[in-house]
Structures are given as C-alpha cells and as structure tokens.
Design a protein around this ligand. Structure first.
Ligand code: ADP
Ligand code: MG
Length: 631
C-alpha cells in the first residue's frame, strides 16, 4: 500500500476530456462499446501470451468480461480477467502521455456528434469515453503474472489530473468503476445495458456476463439472482457458415473490428480446405480512414491461428495497395508463436495473400461492372488513388487492376470526377486512332486548360485528364492497355498527326517555316533544345514539349518538389504558324527584337504548362515593353 500520488494530464488529454464530456453527449452509450472493446483486447493479449507461458492464466480457465451496476451507489463496473497493466503501463496508456491519436482526433473533430463519436475508437482514445457518463472513474488493474500486492489504482474526475496508488488485487486483469453523473440514470438499467452490448459487442470473441435477475412477486420488483449469465453471442463470426449469417451480423462484426461505424460496401467470406486450411472474412469499407496516406500507419488484417488472436494489422496478409481492406484471416497452418518477421517470408502467408487479393479484385470487378454504379463510384472516390498503386506494386495482377481504373477525360470536361474506364475509352476511339491519349498536370483545371488539347478538341479525339499525384508514376508503368499504347499528348513524338498537317503545304511555305524555326532557334540557342512547327495548336501561339526520351515537365516538377536535384532540361519549343504573333515573327529581322519575342513566347508557353518561371519579374517587364511598342 502507498499513499495516492497525483499526476497531471498532458494538455491534449485535457482538451480531449473536455470534449468527450461536452461534445459527445448525444451518443453517450458508446462508452460501454469502448470499454468492452478494451477488455476484449486485454483478453486476446492474455490468451496469446499464455500460449508460451501458461502460468499467466493464474489457474483461471475461462476468460470473460463482466458488467455490473449498483443503483444505490450509482456505479457501473466493468471487469475483465485479461492481461492487466503495470503501473508504468497505466501511466503510458491512459495517463499523462497523449498518444499520437489524441492530437489527430482533436484535429479531425468535425463538430458533428454522430460522426465524431464514431471516430473515437479509430483514434485509440476510446478509454476516455468513460467521462461522457462518469464524473469519477476508478481503474484497478494488475498485470497477469505479477504479485497480488502489485496492483495499481488510478482515479480521475476527468479534469486536470489523476491519482495513482499501489493496491492489492486478487484477480489479474482490470476493473473499471464508473461513478455516474446525476443525469445518467438511464444506464442503471439491466435492459438498457444488455441492449447496448448486443448492439455493439455481440461478436466480441469472449463471453460478456451480467447478473441475472428475476421477478420478485413479494417485493413487486426485479431482484438479482446472484448468478451471472452470458448476454452476447461470443462466437467467432467467421467460423459460422455463410448461410446462417445475416447482413446485419456481418456489418456488426465489421464495425467491431474496424471501429468504423459505416456499413461496408461489400464482404467476402471464404472457408478454404485442402492443402491449406484457412478462413478469410474480408470487407471493403465505404469510407477511407483519416490516416490512409500516413506512412507510419500499419495496415492489414487481423490474424488468428485456430481462433486464437495473434495480431492486428498483419500487413503481410495484404499488399500495400489493398491497405483499405479490413477483415480477419484464421489459419490452421501457421504456428501460434508466429511473429511479424516469420510472416514476411512464409509460403503459407504468400498463398493466403495471393488468394485474398484475387477475391478482392474479383469483387471490385463485379462492382465496377454492375448496372448500378453507386457503390463502385463511392469506392473509387475513397480508394481509387490507393488502388492505382497496384499497377506498379502488383505486376501479376496489373491487367486486372488496369481494368478497374477510372479517369477524368475530355468527354466530360465540366467534372473532375473520375468515371471513364480504359475499356470505355478504347470503345470510343476513332477508327484511325492508334493510341490512348492522356495529359498529366498538377490540377484538373491545369490539365483541361492545357493548350496541348487544342488539336485533339478540333479532331474530337478524347484525352484522359490526369491530375492525381500518383498519375505520372502510374502512366510510366502502364504503357499499354489491350494492345493500345498510352501516350502523353505533351510528348515530343506525335508524328501520327504530322503527315496529315503537312500534306497540303507548298514547297514555299515549307521553306518559310524552316527559316522561321532556324531563326528562333538561334535566338534561344542556350535555352531550348529545339524549335519546331507544331501541329498540336489551333488557338495558342506556342507550347513547350519535352525532348524525346526526357522526362515530362510535370514529372520534373514533381521530382523537384520531392527535393530531387537534377540538371534542368531544355525544352522543345513548338510554334503555331497560323497564329498572328508567330506570323509577325516571320517578318522580323532585328536580332534583339527577335530574341525578346521568342523569349516571350517561350515563357508564356511554360506558364500555360503550369511551370514557374525562374525570373517572373523579367517576364512581366518584357511583356509590358512589347505591349507598349504596339500602342
Ligand atoms: P486503444 O484501445 O485504441 O488502444 P483506448 O483509449 O481505448 O485506446 O485504450 C488505451 C490503452 O489502454 C489500450 O491500448 C491498452 O493498452 C490500455 N487499456 C485500456 N483498457 C484496458 C484493459 N481493460 N486491460 C488492459 N489494458 C487496457
Ligand atoms: Mg480501445
């Protein structure tokens, strides 16, 4: 025994507590979901560790969660006989140290209570939900395997601080006593508590027990029998046959394991028997988690071995580009003491992963070809950018992934929505068209505003408008679809259009044009690698393209943003001979003037491309000078 020692919460925890107490009022009941989920995690951990050290069970066969309430004392008590915590763990997990989730949760709060209460579980801040209903929380915990006298008591009013005290506790595990606020009487009710358990925690893998009560005719009220009964199903849902499960049960289980309270878009439940024996239950969520692009975040499935929980977020069970998939794999072929390292190079895991990937891709293919596209567009808008990584990451399934891709295109320029598939594009190709044309840019507006599109618009050839960060990378790996080359409309080589553009030209015109390009090339000798007559433009005077074999200007910009240093590439300048400004240039002989005009055309072409100029002030000076000469 010791005297209580007072600790102060870190600022962020304080903020969070305040918020829990005031903001999540309309969803009070989730406190129980979070505490039961923690108890279940603690039981999972104990069962797993007891595999290698059976002394940790301390002779208790059954693992359980118990919920009791006391109307007179106005308390609810949640008890588990799981792994428990040491004093240091109490401080680290629910004490002074705000975990990274706390901060992110605060940033993500939208003010929408229903939404925010759903977020709590995902951010690893569920324990604090106790303070929605309680004005004092007493937690007593003892780590399995430690001395009975080494338990820790944590008490807090959910304001600025908490106290810690070393106490005795006979049973391993954790007991949490919630002293309810005066207005929380609704929870001092057996039916209410049972209903919350079945709503949120029916498929928790352990029995959740409550005291059984019976009608006492003499006292004319319900009286406790003193016996506990199990109030949840406590079955590992995935072990049940598909035919016996309802959509609600699948959804409920999804919500339990994912902490996402949306209804998932699809689930895939498969039992495999043969050389390998395993069950997989996979879900495609409806909404991306807040940290889908967080590099430090571990993603993956829950791994069980013969129904014993092994680990969360086993990233080896899914490739990175399928990190949006949630679910469970239960294998009969892996050892119970399997570690992340072992999973990394394991034949069983490789086979399970390959089969799971196939299931997800098949499901997505089904959704993408369904009459009703609502689900697939929801999926695409949430996870399309992640799926695109698959073209690069998953060589074996590249074609399947390519079929699932969706892009914005000139077929509907008013919308940045990505709805056009490559197959649709190919269907709509002109008879003489040989390639699938695309343009990449930093934004959708920049893509659709590019002067490079002018000729394609005139010829009514569709162009894919790519503006996701990953797109440049995507097209560098996806060079072909069903025998058709994917081709950037800003690439130097668009020779397929040249013959057409040049066929009616007189010898005289050809010579005049050659003289023009030579002249401008001379004027810009150190700045551009070549000057050519364009057949891409109808309205603009000039555009820049990258020399054959060089990376595109957009790619170069992205590399620069990522801090990659490399020598500046000299662009190719293309001139539109039909444009009034270019026609003037043809007649110009003064070397200085010619240089000024040439520079001016080059720089405006670079600007139109989304490039930034090295000396913008010089450009403006030059433009003003040229303009005033015209007045
Ligand atoms: P999360 O469960 O997402 O980690 P919580 O705020 O719900 O976040 O819980 C914080 C941590 O406190 C848990 O990760 C766990 O380490 C510890 N904890 C909470 N409840 C228990 C419990 N009943 N038994 C053991 N540890 C617990
Ligand atoms: Mg939790």
């Amino acid at each position: 025994m010791s005297t209580p020692e007072t600790h102060v919460f870190q600022t962020e925890v304080k903020q969070l507590l305040k918020l829990m107490i005031h903001a999540l009022y309309s969803n009070k009941e989730i406190f129980l979901r979070e505490l039961v989920s923690n108890a279940s995690d603690a039981l999972d951990k104990l069962r797993f560790e007891a595999v290698s050290d059976d002394a940790l069970t301390e002779g208790e066969e059954e693992l359980f969660v118990q919920i009791e309430f006391d109307k007179d004392a106005r308390t609810i008590t949640i008890t588990d006989n799981g792994i428990g915590m040491t004093r240091d763990e109490v401080i680290a997990n629910i004490g002074t140290i705000a975990n990274s989730g706390t901060k992110k949760f605060l940033e993500k709060m939208s003010g929408d209570q229903a939404k925010d209460s759903n977020l709590i579980g995902q951010f690893g801040v569920g324990f604090y939900a106790s303070f929605i209903v309680a004005d004092q929380v007493v937690l007593i915990t003892r780590k399995a395997g430690s001395a009975v006298t080494e338990a820790t008591k944590w008490v807090s009013q959910g304001e600025g601080d908490f106290t810690l005290e070393t106490v005795e506790k006979a049973q391993k595990g954790t007991q949490i006593v919630l002293h309810l606020k005066t207005e929380m009487d609704e929870f001092l009710d057996e039916h209410r508590l049972k209903q919350i358990v079945t709503t949120y925690s029916d498929h928790i893998n352990f029995p959740i027990k409550m005291l059984k009560s019976e009608w006492d005719a003499d006292a004319k009220e319900m009286k406790s029998t003193g016996e506990f009964e199990q109030v949840n199903k406590a079955t590992a849902l995935w072990t049940q046959p598909k035919s016996e499960l309802t959509d609600e049960e699948y959804t409920n289980f999804y919500q339990t394991i994912s902490h996402d309270f949306n209804v998932p878009l699809a689930h895939m439940h498969n039992k495999v028997e043969g050389t390998l024996e395993y069950t997989s239950l996979l879900y495609i969520p409806k909404q991306a988690p807040f940290d889908l692009y967080d590099r430090d975040r571990r993603y993956g499935l829950k791994l069980y071995v013969k129904r014993v929980f092994i680990m969360d977020d086993a990233e080896q069970l899914m490739p990175t580009y399928m990190r949006f998939v949630r679910g469970v794999i239960d294998s009969a072929d892996l050892p119970l003491n399997v570690s992340r390292e072992i999973l990394q190079s394991n034949k069983v895991v490789d086979k399970i992963r390959a089969a799971s990937v196939k299931r997800v891709l098949d499901q997505l293919a089904k959704m993408s070809s369904a009459e009703d596209q609502t689900d697939y567009t929801t999926f695409w808008d949430q996870f399309g950018q992640v799926l695109k990584e698959g073209v690069v990451e998953d060589f074996a399934n590249k074609d399947k992934v390519a079929k699932l891709l969706r892009f914005a295109s000139t077929s509907n320029e008013s919308s940045a929505e990505q709805r056009v598939s490559l197959a649709q594009y190919v269907d709509r190709m002109k008879p003489e068209q040989t390639a699938i044309y695309f343009i990449t840019a930093d934004t959708f507006a920049a893509a659709k505003g590019s002067p490079h599109l002018e000729m394609f618009r005139k010829k009514d050839i569709e162009v894919l408008l790519l503006s996701d960060r990953i797109d440049e990378w995507l097209v560098s790996h996806l060079t072909e679809f069903e025998g058709k080359t994917l081709k950037s409309i800003t690439s130097a080589d668009l020779s397929e259009f040249a013959a057409d553009a040049e066929k009616d030209l007189t010898e005289e015109t050809k010579q005049a044009r050659e003289a023009l390009t030579d002249k401008v090339k001379n004027a810009l000798a150190d700045i551009v690698s070549d000057v050519k007559i364009t057949h891409r433009l109808t309205d603009s005077p000039a555009c820049v393209v990258s020399a054959a074999g060089e990376m595109s200007a957009h790619m170069a910009r992205m590399m620069e943003q990522m801090g990659q240093a490399f020598p500046k590439q000299k662009p190719v300048l293309e001139l539109n001979p039909e444009h009034a400004l270019v026609k003037q240039l043809e007649r110009l002989d003064d070397a200085d003037k010619l240089k000024e005009w040439s520079l001016f055309l080059l720089e405006q072409a670079q600007l139109a491309e989304g490039d930034s100029l090295a000396e913008p002030a010089e450009f403006i000076k030059r433009m003003n000078k040229l303009l005033s000469q015209m007045l």
